[in-house]
Design a protein around this ligand. Sequence first.
Ligand code: ADP
Length: 277
Amino acid sequence: MGRTGEKIVEARRVSHAYVPGRPTLQEVSLDVAPGELVAIVGENGSGKTTLVRHLNALVPLQAGELVVAGISADDPTHVWELRRACGMVFQNPENQFVSSVVGEDVAFGPANFGAGEKDARLAAARALADVGLAGFERRDVHTLSGGQQQRVALAGALASGPDVLVLDEATSMIDPQGRDELVRAVLRARSERGTTILWVTHDMELAARADRVFVMRAGEVAASGAPKDVLVDRALLEGAGLEPPFAVRAWEGLVARGVASGPAPVTVEGLVSALCG
Ligand code: ADP
């Protein structure tokens, strides 16, 4: 069951139909390298959640091949190992807690995967520190802001030391400050733990900061590549029900007025340096 080395997630022609004859996913292939940050974008109903839920066996593999951290998803006996290899953070923080006490909730994952009480507590403390919530162990999750709750959920996923972390619309129910804190915590987990990140998002500014973007359309991968290539393609994005990020839209306006030329920057930082540099 060793690592494939080069790829931490390998999906080959994965198809899925909740209702026979009405495919939700059609031959989706996707490779992710260890430590990569991949954004998955696409309009509602395009199959993003169905795709990522295959990674920890929340959706069983019906057709195709899927290997996560060297574990094949085509064997139902691998469910436990897949759950350990791939942590998930969902849209609604409140639905993700197993205990209302922060420390107990975050320690649940490692304890569930066999860590002793002390090790589970240590793993929880480290994960809480990593998400900027050191010392929150005794707090009641219901007294926290939405953004803090989502970081507790993130700590809960990180505490088990997953190889891959999936975030599914994890910022859509929290305020902008909570969103920024969550993004920072995820990026820190990635740099400090080397965790691979798959981020399902509607936020094109976030997608612009990924290493690669996958665009889903009607259950298929319509395009994938670096943000600087994918997020500047207005026709492609509009065909998938999406809009380019702010920097691209602003750049297009400047190009139309003849005050800018060349490839569009995809992030605000890139826009500023293109204009000021
Ligand atoms: P996205 O995450 O891009 O919004 P989903 O994977 O949630 O897409 O949904 C893709 C399609 O599958 C939608 O048409 C949705 O209604 C359908 N679907 C999702 N979950 C189920 C389910 N449990 N049973 C039946 N259909 C489902």
